[in-house]
Design a protein around this ligand. Structure first.
Ligand code: BTN
Length: 262
């Protein structure tokens, strides 16, 4: 097992521009640090990694629990030549890449949950937080943050998330080398990001649908105070969830939390 440190990560990712490593033992948040570096001109493909975060952040101002010694917390700086409205498609593309990597460790049970979670056997193993700086003319940069529960024991999770979260180690009964995992993640993300840039989200969509179990499920969508229910039909070429409400109305969902109705 390789120690998860700067030297090993740099050696394993040597020669790559995508995956050029900035490593810290501790950061407030890799997304925050990547944002700071991007503001100072850091190039596309820079990957900020920390062993521990003191202010790990999730979507909707949630906290991302980030203890040291066992997980992956990393943020990529991307500078895609796209309009700001397409940025959410990067989150979906990243979900495909993460699911591809986690499936190598767990051939069964890896599933993407729209828009940004990767589950193993129904429990959350990864969250993705995409943040963007944009001007009307286009995206200046995107920070793509990925948190993966790698070598967490059940008792390592806080009581609040224990029932809903899992780790690669819990699912495979073997500790995972975080350096090798990082290399796999960099390769997969770069591959799918290039497909997205070259051919658009429609070229990623089929993989996303194959790796999610959304289509055909009854879902509940919550956004701010509002809740809607209906039948999920899939996602469209823009990455929106397409849902048929009970009234027959077809609705496109571009934001919110989607849960399956039991
Ligand atoms: C979510 O599921 O709500 C998204 C969680 C994203 C967590 C990662 S960990 C690395 C990066 N730095 C952060 O502060 N958050 C993301």
């Amino acid at each position: 097992m390789n120690a998860f440190d700067e030297q090993n990560l740099r050696a394993a990712l040597k020669g790559r521009t995508f995956g050029s490593i900035v490593f810290h033992g501790e950061l407030d948040s890799t997304n925050t640090e990547a944002w700071r570096l991007a503001e100072r001109g850091a190039p596309e493909g820079t990957l900020v990694v920390a062993d521990r975060q003191t202010r790990g952040r999730g979507r909707m101002d949630r906290v991302w629990y980030s203890p040291p010694g066992g997980n992956f917390y990393g943020s990529f700086i991307l500078r895609p030549p796209i309009t700001p409205d397409r940025a959410p498609q990067i989150t979906l593309t990243a979900g495909v890449a993460v699911a591809e990597v986690l499936s190598r460790y767990c051939p069964d049970g890896v599933e993407i949950k729209w828009p940004n979670d990767v589950l193993i056997k129904g429990k959350k193993a990864c969250g993705i937080l995409t943040e963007m700086k944009a001007v009307p003319a286009g995206v200046v940069f995107v920070i793509l943050g990925v948190g993966i529960n790698v070598n967490m024991e059940a008792s390592d999770f806080t009581a609040e998330i224990r029932d809903r979260a899992t780790s690669l180690m819990l699912e495979t009964s073997a500790a995972v080398d975080r350096v090798a995992l990082t290399v796999g993640l960099v390769e997969s993300l770069e591959k799918w990001y290039r497909v997205f840039l070259r051919d658009g989200f429609q070229a990623v969509r089929g993989q996303w649908i194959a790796r999610s179990r959304l289509a055909g499920k009854r879902i509940r969508v919550s956004f701010k105070e509002r809740t809607q229910t209906g039948l999920a039909l899939g996602i469209d070429d823009e990455g929106a969830v397409v849902m048929r409400e009970d009234t027959g109305l077809i609705r496109r969902i571009t934001a919110g939390d989607v849960t399956e109705e039991k």
